[in-house]
Design a binder for this molecule. Structure first.
Ligand code: PAF
Length: 284
């Protein structure tokens, strides 16, 4: 694996991979890799001849008072994990390379960016769209893989890729991979490291409460009442607050008052200890 931190070296390296033949897949990450990321890498290897992974803790997607400084950066460990997976290129730019002095451009995806996590974390998805747009232009991949755990992020990136023709001519170039979970159902996340042992046990209540609400909604229970019960279960189970618990159209993320036949998704964000956990599951 080549670990690269200069854009001209990246371009040379990706050009060589292309010259060798076959497609290039990109797996964008912020490092602190876990089994969820490694699943993305394995899926990328199954779909493309060459795999590039990026590690960049993107300052533009962290709000004031969020965990930019504290975000885990076990770089050497990440490198070893990616080597073991047979990744071709690790793209690891510094913040100065990604955003040189005078950097002034922002990518903003309206609508799908403004609800749910976008409402709770203003500017977050502009930061995500900006860096992912830059990563696409830097690596020029044929496909890119993202975890479905960040369902709203995936929806924002798909919208941006369509709007900015980032993945022409492939309409299916943005690939979502199902969430990888711990044995007790907790969705894997680099931020799970922030949980104490007690909070980690309580955190499993999130997916359990979501499954219960989904079973009720699918059996015909009132959506608002089921979501209210879900929030109450989290608050009595150790969570400090619930940012949102909503039934949404899976593509547009418009709130659904009831199941209407279109693909639906339950999306939840809740705080426990120092962590803000998000999760989502299909409904219907
Ligand atoms: O999901 C993440 O890790 C990040 O939001 C991403 C897509 C790598 C952009 O910084």
């Amino acid at each position: 694996m080549q670990t690269i931190s200069r854009l001209d070296d990246l371009r040379t390296s990706v050009a060589k991979l292309r010259a060798a033949g076959g497609t290039v897949a990109l797996v964008p990450t912020m490092g602190a890799l876990h089994e969820g990321h490694l699943t993305l890498v394995r899926e990328a290897k199954a779909r493309a001849a060459h795999v590039a992974v990026s590690i960049f803790v993107n300052p533009r997607q962290f709000g004031a008072g969020e965990d930019l400084e504290a975000y885990p950066r076990p770089f050497e460990r990440d490198v070893a994990l990616l080597e073991a997976e047979g990744v071709d290129v690790l793209w690891a730019p510094t913040p100065d390379q990604m955003y040189p002095a005078g950097y002034a451009t922002n990518v903003s995806v309206s609508g799908v960016s403004e609800v749910l996590c976008g409402a709770a974390r203003p500017g977050h998805f502009d930061g995500v769209a900006t860096v992912v747009g830059k990563l696409f232009h830097q690596v020029l991949p044929d496909i890119a893989l993202f975890g479905e755990k960040d369902w709203q992020q995936l929806a924002v990136i798909r919208r941006m890729a369509r709007d900015l023709d980032l993945t022409q001519p492939r309409a299916d170039a943005i690939i979502g991979i199902p969430t990888v979970r711990e044995a007790d159902g907790l969705a894997m996340s680099s931020r799970n490291q922030y949980l104490t042992a007690t909070e980690r046990t309580q955190a499993a209540g999130l997916s359990a409460a979501m499954r219960k609400a989904i079973a009720a909604i699918e059996a015909g229970a009132d959506v608002a009442a089921s979501l209210g019960e879900l929030a109450a279960a989290l608050l009595s189970g150790g969570f400090a607050s619930v940012d949102y618990a909503e039934l949404c159209d899976a593509d547009t993320l418009a709130t659904l008052p009831a199941l209407v036949g279109a693909p639906a998704r339950l999306l939840v964000a809740a705080r426990i200890g120092k962590a803000r956990l998000i999760d989502n599951m299909a409904v219907g």
